[in-house]
Design a protein around this ligand. Structure first.
Ligand code: CAA
Length: 283
């Protein structure tokens, strides 16, 4: 199946990056969000990030303009229903995602592929509550989307080969690298990354290190581009906690217990960069 147009649901941190790379690769993009402010902010950010790529001579001005012209924004969810492929990138809450699929499904053509950018929720369960579990799969980008090379492709138990192949061909056209994961809690990247971040919070909680010494240790001692606490702020501490909860509930192993300090930061509303305060202060 040839994909020409992509609908993206959610114009947040991930949605705007996905719109950016899809439009740059030549897909017609319909970006939708309930908030007009979020749509305006997303378009601004895409423009800024494309400008940055022009200034670093990664793309030229004509490519930037063509990409921007391919992105249509709309606050009406069903405006994206006619796209060949839909990537849901809304908040990481199962009820929110389910409600979006419920609203969309009656408007979709039978061949439309439905995917979720979920970082941890069961693809099989999400797909089973739509009319097309065989045409449903996980399409998981990494943040920042324009920079990170990987896309995790996750097959639900019912996903058919044609759907997988169509999604893989999109990843190829985006110039990214696909890694296939089976559908178990948090898949591959977050199954490994989040326990590391959670452990870094335990190291802070137990007083083994300071924020600075923990991040310096992992940057210089393990060659990570960012320390784990800076990375947690970048991802969002609420997202980190949500993923740890999915691991803890889904795998029923105490090794995935979220650190109480992580819980406390989230309860305080200190969610990282997006609220200007997390382990670091961005105000
Ligand atoms: N759009 C376009 N380009 C961008 C960009 C954006 N949003 N952000 C950064 N860049 C580009 C810069 O222009 C720069 O390009 P050049 O190499 O051409 O100069 C390059 O990326 C590096 O950026 P900077 O020089 O500004 O900063 P940096 O060297 O400190 O790198 C970083 C920034 C890429 C974010 C780097 O720190 C990094 O790789 N951090 C780790 C990110 C990571 O682990 N992401 C995965 C998170 S987990 C996840 O996403 C899964 C999940 O479900 C939670």
């Amino acid at each position: 199946m040839e994909i020409g147009s992509i609908g993206i649901v959610g114009a947040g941190q991930m949605g705007n990056g996905i719109a950016h790379v899809c439009a740059l690769a030549g897909y017609d993009v319909v970006l939708t969000d309930v908030s007009e402010d979020a749509l305006a902010a997303a378009l601004n950010l895409v423009t800024k990030n494309l400008d940055r790529q022009v200034s670093r001579e990664k793309i030229d001005a004509a490519e930037r303009d063509a990409a921007l012209a391919r992105i249509r924004t709309t606050p009406t969810l069903i405006d994206c229903a006619k796209c060949d492929l839909i990537i849901e990138a809304a908040t990481e809450r199962e009820t929110v995602k389910q409600a979006i699929f419920e609203d969309l499904v009656p408007h979709l053509a039978p061949q439309t592929i439905l995917t979720s950018n979920t970082s941890s929720i069961s693809i099989t369960r999400l797909g089973s509550r739509t009319d097309r579990p065989q045409k449903f799969m996980g399409f998981h980008f990494m943040n920042p989307v324009p920079v990170m090379q990987l896309v995790e492709l996750i097959r639900g138990i019912a996903t058919d080969q044609e759907t997988f192949d169509a999604c893989k061909s999109v990843v190829d056209r985006l110039g990214k690298q696909a890694a296939t994961a089976e559908d178990f809690p948090a898949f591959i990247v977050n199954r490994i990354l989040m326990p590391m971040i959670n452990e870094a919070v335990y190291v802070l909680y137990e007083g083994v290190g300071t924020i600075k010494s923990i991040d310096t240790s992992m940057r210089l001692g393990a060659n990570h581009p960012m320390g784990p606490l800076a990375l947690a702020d970048f991802i969002g501490l609420d997202t980190c906690l949500a993923i740890m909860n999915v691991l803890h509930d889904g795998l029923a192993d105490t090794k995935y217990r979220p650190c109480p300090l992580l819980v406390k930061y989230v309860e305080a509303g200190w969610l990282g960069r997006k609220t200007q305060r997390g382990f670091y202060d961005y105000r």
